[in-house]
Design a protein around this ligand. Structure first.
Ligand SMILES: [Zn+2]
Length: 196
């Protein structure tokens, strides 16, 4: 059976670099979604390369080295770099990709347009959204109410507290009623983790 692997990396100045990887088996029965924030400074190109590396590591972990693997990325330069890898390494990540790709019986690296890389791209974007929500949530004032309930102060109206319930993951603010998620819930989660 074959596997198709979609990789994407992205960079945002306020957050840094993130990667998104979507792996799908040919028969559609298996799916893996990974996303993570990279430590340290990085740029888009490095993030895209690290996304490929993370994908290869995951493929090893799920033990599909004898399958036919197709890896897709929307970065043309990266595909060119990987496909021309010889026994040299200027950067650690390419040396690692080189070593990893030798472990697979059949693996190809192909460029696809960004619009065909939607799932991996979305994983990156969702992680950015989550991280930026966490950043905003950290600045909020939280008070413990009772049981699993917390009070989180509004950013705009001082002294106005929204009611958050961590069991149902709900909030009494307007944004929550529209989007089914808000920074107050995240703030209460961070608070409860800190004081557990
Ligand atoms: Zn809220």
């Amino acid at each position: 059976m074959g596997y198709q692997v979609y990789c994407d990396g992205a960079y945002r100045r306020s957050i840094g670099s993130v990667i998104g990887v979507f792996i799908q088996s040919e028969d559609g029965n298996e799916e893996f979604k990974l996303s993570s924030q990279l430590k340290g400074k990085s740029d888009v190109f490095a993030a895209e390369a690290l996304a490929v590396l993370a994908a290869l590591k995951h493929l090893l972990k799920i033990d599909v080295i004898n399958e036919s693997i197709e890896v897709f990325t929307d970065n043309q330069e990266l595909v060119r770099a990987i496909n021309s890898l010889n026994n040299f390494s200027k950067e650690d990540v390419f040396a690692e990709i080189y070593d990893m790709k030798k472990k697979f019986c059949s693996i190809t690296f192909t460029w696809i347009p960004r619009k065909e890389n939607v799932v991996a791209h979305k994983l990156c974007r969702e992680l950015f959204d989550q991280k930026s929500m966490e950043r905003r949530a950290k600045k909020l004032k939280v008070k413990y109410d009772k049981d699993d309930k917390y009070l989180v102060e509004s950013t705009n109206v001082e002294g106005l507290f929204y009611k958050v319930c961590l069991t149902t993951l709900t909030c009494s603010c307007r944004h929550y009623s529209l989007q089914k998620k808000c920074k107050h819930v995240v703030a209460a989660q961070l608070y409860s983790e800190r004081y557990k």
